[in-house]
Design a protein around this ligand. Sequence first.
Ligand SMILES: NC(=O)c1ccc[n+]([C@@H]2O[C@H](COP(=O)([O-])OP(=O)(O)OC[C@H]3O[C@@H](n4cnc5c(N)ncnc54)[C@H](OP(=O)(O)O)[C@@H]3O)[C@@H](O)[C@H]2O)c1
Length: 284
Amino acid sequence: MRIGFVGLGVMGAPMAGHLASAGHDMVVFNRTPPKAHDWVAAHGGRVAADIADAARDSDVLILCVGNDDDVRAVVETAAPALPSGAIIVDHTTTSAKVARAMAGLLAVNGRVFLDAPVSGGEAGAKNGQLAIMIGGDTRAVERASVVIGAYAKAIRHMGGPGTGQLTKMVNQICIAGVVQGLAEAVAFSQKAGLDPNLVYEAISQGAAQSWQMDNRWATMARGEFEFGFAVDWMRKDLGLVLEEARANGARCEVTALVDQFYAEVQAMGGRRWDTSSLAARLKK
Ligand SMILES: NC(=O)c1ccc[n+]([C@@H]2O[C@H](COP(=O)([O-])OP(=O)(O)OC[C@H]3O[C@@H](n4cnc5c(N)ncnc54)[C@H](OP(=O)(O)O)[C@@H]3O)[C@@H](O)[C@H]2O)c1
């Protein structure tokens, strides 16, 4: 297929790489041009002159940019150039509101916008093992899944526009609470004079086990926080959660507290540290 890809950052570059390896005809664009030129040098395809050029003739236009404003800007620029029947798949984590608005904006001439945020981090993007949650039209989800399956281990259609983003918010609520619990557990182990590695061996096969424990316990204990998903991104995502919760009446008390803890990590200079840096705050 002819695929346009906008946003060749930490996540987008390896995702687009899997599509090139699958044999698709790639046209890529990035706000800062050198990333697009480097990507084409490594994977082939063509650098688009602008977003409209990436959209023109694309069967599927894939986005992995930063936030709501980026998605709105890209979709509004791409829409006039996008062919009839084309699909936009947006992997950016955004509000459900912007996802619904973009779905409405694109819904002419058989074109469809799908909100398709991902979970699995930089490692998941590189290994082609992302979990993708999608909101939007059922037939378009089926067509898009054939393409994005190149970098997914699980694809779930959650319902209409915005439901992919709502599901990603649930994912971030889970992570916030679990990571703070682990940070406290590591700090408690150390204050109690226990060896954190031995503690991990003792409890990681029981009810306390989690992905975060298996992948971040030891690095938190060593004070290493360079593992991908940045605190700045997490605060964006928790802001989306809390805004949605204010609207739907859900009580997200722990999430709101952990969001403030991340604000403290930012003030400590940890904007680009990964989410497990909640542990750094407890060492102050
Ligand atoms: N990193 C993770 O582990 C992870 C995991 C799950 C979900 N996410 C989500 O995925 C999205 C991307 O994350 P990331 O870590 O890949 O971020 P990133 O490294 O900052 O990549 C975003 C890319 O999009 C480009 N971009 C932004 N606005 C653009 C625009 N208007 N036109 C063209 N290109 C534009 C940026 O260009 P520049 O080069 O100019 O900055 C950058 O290369 C975010 O919404 C994030 O929350 C990230």
